[in-house]
Design a protein around this ligand. Structure first.
Ligand code: ZN
Length: 271
């Protein structure tokens, strides 16, 4: 593929409601429109892709044609008793009022290159009513930190296409190892999945998610799910943070070893 130009989008779109459909929604999260078992429209929580420190060779397949969407985001700050917060920064918008979170957080925003993948690894809850059941093929939001975005773009230039490309992802136990894994090795054995292979492979999981295989294998609608919250809402969040234990303590000093277990995040079945 030729080198692609990143599109930095930041215009305000539809307002995503910060609540989900029957999920525990502690914290500020991203949501997408979905349907429940009764066919009613709900907001489904979007989970970002991450590995535990030391995890090896998690198989994933990318769903985007290009990784050409970047977002400025506030992540990893404490609010509502959890660190698992994700809020799109408003500082890059055409809005002279700026971003209230930039004003109160010590660690300001980070740029992320955005993608969608299906995590083909297995996941099994160790407690609760579904303990011991094995789940796989979760659709995940991929947030690539700016520090490694160029490495991903260089990788893309070597690929025919990102869509369908399979990787084995590992995360080291090193201090500050990347939550999305430090090692992305192209899976030459698995290769690039065709459209038909994607549909066949994920049809069953799409059914669980109550949508078609086509919809399940489509990247997230980034303009929708990453639409910034209204300025007034960010002002409220900023005021909450400011009146809490102080701005400095709301920013985690190091994101090392911050896998799911240390996020203070209780996740329901993540689909
Ligand atoms: Zn900001």
């Amino acid at each position: 593929m030729e080198k692609i130009m990143r599109k930095y989008r930041g215009s305000a779109g539809a307002k995503p409601e910060a609540r989900g459909g029957g999920f525990k929604t502690r914290g500020l999260r991203l949501f997408e429109d979905a349907k429940n078992d009764e066919g009613e429209k709900i907001q489904k929580k979007i989970v970002d892709f991450k590995l535990e420190a030391g995890e090896k060779k998690r198989p994933v397949v990318i769903l985007d044609n290009d990784l050409d969407f970047a977002v400025r985001m506030h992540k990893g700050f404490k609010h509502d008793g959890t660190w698992a917060n994700m809020v799109v920064c408003r500082s890059a918008l055409d809005d002279t009022r700026g971003c209230p979170l930039c004003d109160v957080l010590e660690r300001r925003f980070s740029w992320y290159l955005v993608g969608t993948l299906i995590d083909m690894g297995t996941w099994s809850p160790d407690k609760g009513k579904n303990a011991g059941k094995v789940y796989r093929n979760f659709r995940r939001l991929l947030l690539i930190p700016d520090s490694v975005a160029e490495t991903f773009e260089a990788q893309g230039e070597e690929l025919e296409t990102w869509r369908g490309s399979r990787f084995k992802v590992s995360r080291s136990t090193k201090d500050k190892s990347l939550r999305i894994g430090d090692s992305w090795v192209y899976d030459h054995k698995g290769g690039c999945m065709s459209e038909q292979e994607l549909m066949d492979e994920f049809e069953e999981q799409a059914g669980t998610y109550i949508c078609s295989a086509e919809a399940y294998c489509a990247p997230y609608d980034y303009d929708k799910i990453l639409a910034p919250l209204p300025y007034e809402r960010l002002l409220e969040i900023a005021e909450d943070l400011d009146s809490g234990a102080g701005a400095a303590s709301t920013t985690r000093k190091s994101l090392a070893h911050s896998g799911t277990s240390t996020d203070g995040e209780v996740e329901d079945l993540p689909f």
